[in-house]
Design a protein around this ligand. Structure first.
Ligand code: PLP
Length: 408
């Protein structure tokens, strides 16, 4: 009989958000009439901006006319969009990324998960801890993770803790990894690395022949000058880094799906003969074989973001969330919590009081204040004792959340 991929059976049930939903439902049923505020949401809540809606409508009309109809498009994305990305997201910041180094896709989750297709399963991986679970789980599926220990760590993955003890700045790895995942601004901690802190990582990767997988899904939230918007702002990064971007959190595309990945032509890895091979053609081959392109409609929608109105409207939405984040951060600090994040990020990461575990704090917050967040332990062993609140809500709900927490 045929065999399955055993690696899938090694994955523990993904229990974080289903357990959150289960506990909230049970609480709501036991306490009818109590108004629960949900601050655990990892999805945007504001609608698409008018510039995008207008472009989407017009693209729909294109598809209804024979002379403007678009069927299969280029797998790596339409030139009308990759040209704008190259110009607005890179060249305007002094970074020379050409359209043929940009691969448009249905989102950063797919790309961060699929990138392993072009990498040897023998590579050793390092991740920051806590971490976006996709990086770890997709390496488990590929057979790169080893076995899961009692401590919640995979034997073949190096975990780089980010906690209050190191001010959420990961130390360089000690286990000689081949591939490192970094996500900045970070999900879940909401923290950032400065230019000089990121340079340490690029230099390390250059010196040791390590591939840096850089997730910049929250780039649009950066407001501080010393925080790079792209890993390619760091000299030499084009030789070591792949960058993932998404329109999900920046422009509300979580439902309609669009992102892109930059694979610079200068980036090379070793084949089994020890010869250097460029990754750009490998990823192109992977995408053209396994992916048939993001839809014409969504790409036209994203194109509209690269206009003065589109840029302004996108910033307006991100600013709205950042106001919530600032409110949360200030309110929690005033209420005596240790908090980070929320400055260049929609996420607030707080230390649970005393010796409370993440799940104990979840129950405490729900029971006492009727507020729902996300237990930090769900993002990795070093997330234990921490808790995530998000800015993806209305000003009103955020204000009420802060009032409840500060006892006003
Ligand atoms: C939300 C998120 C993404 C974006 O995923 P999409 O598939 O583009 O919606 C990528 N990375 C991180 C860390 C995220 O939180």
């Amino acid at each position: 009989m045929f065999r399955i991929n055993d690696n899938f059976t090694k994955l523990p049930a993904s229990y974080l958000f289903s357990e959150v939903a289960r506990r909230v439902k049970a609480y709501a049923e036991a306490h009818p009439g109590v108004e629960i505020i949900r601050m655990g949401i990892g999805d945007v809540t504001r609608p698409l901006c008018p510039a995008v809606i207008e472009a989407l409508h017009s693209a729909v009309d294109d598809e209804g006319r024979a002379e403007n109809f678009h069927g299969y498009g280029p797998e790596q994305g339409y030139a009308f969009l990759s040209g704008k990305i190259s110009e607005y997201d890179y060249k305007s910041r002094g970074i020379d990324i050409e359209p043929d180094e940009i691969f448009i896709s249905d989102g950063a989750k797919s790309d961060t998960g699929n990138i392993g297709d072009i990498l040897s399963t023998a590579n050793r991986v390092a991740v920051t801890d806590p971490v976006y679970p996709v990086y770890v789980d997709t390496n488990v599926m590929a057979g790169r993770a080893g076995s899961l220990g009692e401590d919640g760590r995979w034997s073949n993955i190096e975990y780089l803790p980010c906690t209050a003890e190191n001010s959420f700045v990961p130390a360089l790895p000690v286990g000689n990894p081949d591939v490192i995942y970094l996500c900045y601004p970070n999900n879940p901690t909401g923290t950032t690395l400065t230019r000089s802190q990121l340079k340490v990582w690029v230099d390390y990767c250059r010196e040791h022949g390590v591939l840096l997988l850089f997730d910049a899904a929250y780039e649009a939230y950066i407001r501080e000058a010393d925080v790079p918007h792209s890993i390619y702002e760091i000299e030499g990064a084009k030789e070591v880094a792949i960058e993932f971007r998404s329109y999900s959190k920046t422009a509300g595309f979580t439902g309609i799906r669009l992102g892109y990945t930059v694979v610079p032509k200068a980036l090379k890895g070793l084949d089994s003969n020890g010869d250097k091979v460029a990754l750009n053609p490998l990823w192109r081959r992977r995408q053209t074989t396994k992916f048939n392109g993001a839809s014409y409609l969504t790409q036209r929608g994203a194109e509209a973001l690269y206009t003065p109105e589109g840029q302004r409207q996108m910033k307006e939405s991100v600013d709205y969330y950042l106001e919530n984040a600032a409110m949360l951060r200030a309110g929690l600090a005033e209420a005596g919590y240790e908090v980070v994040g929320g400055i260049n990020s929609p996420y607030i990461w707080l230390k649970t009081p005393g010796t409370m575990t993440s799940w104990e704090f979840f129950d405490y917050l729900l029971d006492r204040y009727h507020i729902v967040g996300t237990p930090g332990s769900g993002f990795g062993p070093a997330g234990e004792g921490y808790f995530r609140l998000t800015a993806f809500n209305t000003h009103e709900n955020t204000r009420r959340c802060v009032e409840r927490l500060s006892g006003k």
